[in-house]
Ligand binder design. Sequence first.
Ligand code: SF4
Ligand code: SF4
Length: 408
Amino acid sequence: MYAQPSGGLEGTPRGEEAQALLRNCVHCGFCLPACPTYRITGNELDSPRGRIYLIKQVVEGAEATATTRHHLDRCLTCRACETACPSGVEYGRLIDLGRALVEERAPRPPLERSLRRGLTAVLSRPALFGPLVRLGQAVRGWLPAGLRARVPPREVAGTVVPQTQTARRVVLLEGCVQPGLRPAINLAATRVLERIGVGVQRLDGEQCCGALGHHLGQAESAHEQMRRNVEACCTALDAGAEAIVSAASACGLMVKDYGRLLAHDPEYAARARRVSEATRDLAELVAPADLERASHGRGPRVAWQAPCTLQHGQRMVGRVEALLAAAGCELTATREAKLCCGSAGTYSLLQPELSGELRRRKLDALLFDAPEVIATANIGCLEHLRGASPVPVRHWVEIVAERLERAD
Ligand code: SF4
Ligand code: SF4
């Protein structure tokens, strides 16, 4: 798709980037059946090809309207279209670029802007979000059903006995909402890593990874959070940490992308690249052979839900399934493995109808072989599915930690 940047973009790095990204799209439409929003609405403007066309128009200087923004807002950024595209279109980069342009040229009404800023402010601050979750848990029984479904019951998180003698050491990112919603996940990750001989440290001064602001068009504040994290991660790497690890696939994907996102920042580009290269999803630190002693005895029947950020973003397929199988779990058959569950960060709050329909479809696909539990790798998907699931929804590392501990 040839585009001629205009409206101030001509001859700029952003215009050239847009042109290069758009060039790869050959209009074939192979991505349409993979797109969750197109499958629901049947509207070409809610498809990858339709959105690419909208972005092309804006790049070429056409007016960005509320309708343009509406169709870009409805994209989940799941990137299933990238996996399906035979032409290698980097749709994730294109939608980021298109959203930023539309945000500048067709500013949102003030109330909408405040709502989005408020969401980022609350969700990206564990010191604010954690107490709000605990308050919600204290009054959970009295909440209206819709709100109650969004508040997880309080859980006993357990403890970790730190290992003192580990030759290897990694930084485990805590994330913003995970410690408040499901503190057991990071503790389980720590226990599993320490059992396989990898010591765990927290990141001093950890900020939100920037994904929340980045996807809500707040690039400046998101980049500032990224820079703070780059500084803290480099300090930890200098001190001997071998990797930056995330148990939330969405955060891990964002940090793996720091190198590209800060590439034009002369002060941070090299350090951001270093941090991205050192970042691993939790599943990349554990091997099936590490879990051999957990394989005995009947494990639970598990339906695996691969988050889009893991399968389409990090292109990691089959790895967690291998770990669950090595830990003695029976993986149940599922359908629609590539379909987004509808969580997508704040999407479930901002686009409740589409998000709810996708959750219904995803749960049908996950539950058809009668699993005892659904396992996933991202807190957003986990909480979104849990809100309507008749069976428990857990992070895979919680299940693996229990299997390992039972075997010891
Ligand atoms: S599959 Fe790729 S090349 Fe074809 S229309 Fe979709 S994005 Fe464009
Ligand atoms: S990222 Fe997902 S929702 Fe957005 S266009 Fe691609 S497939 Fe559709």
